[in-house]
Design a protein around this ligand. Structure first.
Ligand code: HEC
Ligand code: HEC
Length: 224
């Protein structure tokens, strides 16, 4: 009797996971479709483009991305290219969640892949296209490390990978990050404080920030 029950439990687990897999596979198809128009700017794999005019969004944190898409939608974060794509009609809440889930699970390796003899040309091409290495930014890396670990790591994480509402910074184009720092300093976008013109970025010199960004480009290979 016991044995039979165990078989049923195992069967149930197998079936359950099978259904879950099927459901998520279907969602992924839909998510890919929703991502279609986004790819024109952010690239097929969400790696961004035009040297950071379009930011990388693959592997960014879901809560953060959803919050930003909402901010583009309400125009709390002003951006002309993004606004039309986030209008309720174009991106209803449900689609927003799906596309965010899709982007979050895309991993962009920071190393050239190793191939086996069986890998065809197309497999190789696709794998190479996914590799994302942000060029080293100029700056004093050692000083940048000290600045980053003291002033930024508490929110953006020791390895720059972010958490929760705090975005990942590592693996993002330096030019894009700089543009955002400028926007924060001009109070066009609120950073770590509700009130404009307060918070950690105002306590630093431009060189400190540049060094911190240089440091971030030096630790890309650490995690993956
Ligand atoms: C016409 C080009 C264009 C299209 C299409 C587009 N984006 Fe963007 N997106 C941008 C630009 C430019 C920025 C950076 C804005 C800035 O510099 O502040 C951005 C920023 C973002 C960000 C914020 C990244 C961050 O780190 O804060 C997210 C998330 C995002 N886009 C997701 C999407 C999604 C999802 C779609 C499709 C529904 C999409 N984008 C379509 C141009 C585009
Ligand atoms: C107290 C928490 C906190 C600290 C400390 C902090 N940040 Fe942030 N940072 C945030 C939050 C929250 C956001 C997202 C804000 C928003 O909604 O626009 C952010 C966003 C950013 C962005 C934009 C990322 C993107 O994808 O658009 C940059 C660049 C950035 N921070 C740089 C820094 C740097 C450099 C430091 C250290 C000098 C730092 N931050 C310290 C909380 C923090």
């Amino acid at each position: 009797m016991r044995k039979i029950r165990r078989v049923f439990i195992v069967l149930g687990l197998l079936l359950g996971s099978g259904f879950a897999l099927q459901a998520s596979a279907l969602d992924m198809e839909k998510a890919k479709e929703i991502y279609g128009p986004c790819a024109a700017c952010h690239g097929e794999f969400g790696a961004g483009g035009k040297k950071g005019e379009y930011p990388r969004i693959a592997g960014q944190l879901p809560k953060y991305m959803e919050q930003q898409l909402k901010a583009f939608q309400s125009q709390a974060r002003l951006n002309l290219p993004m606004y039309p794509y986030t209008k309720e009609r174009e991106l209803p809440d449900e689609d927003m969640k799906l596309v965010v889930a899709y982007l979050t699970q895309i991993e962009l390796p920071t190393k050239q892949p190793v191939f086996s003899d069986n890998d065809g040309a197309l497999v190789r091409l696709l794998a190479m296209e996914k590799v994302m290495i942000v060029p080293r930014a100029e700056g004093d890396i050692e000083h940048g490390q000290a600045i980053y670990q003291k002033n930024c790591a508490a929110c953006h994480g020791k390895a720059g990978l972010g958490r929760g509402m705090f975005p990942r910074l590592v693996g993002q184009y330096t030019s894009y990050l700089k543009k955002q720092v400028d926007a924060y300093l001009k109070a066009e976008r609120p950073h770590d404080e509700e009130t404009a013109k307060e918070g950690v970025l105002y306590t630093l010199q431009a060189k400190d920030v540049q060094d911190a960004l240089a440091y971030l480009t030096s630790i890309q290979e650490v995690e993956q």
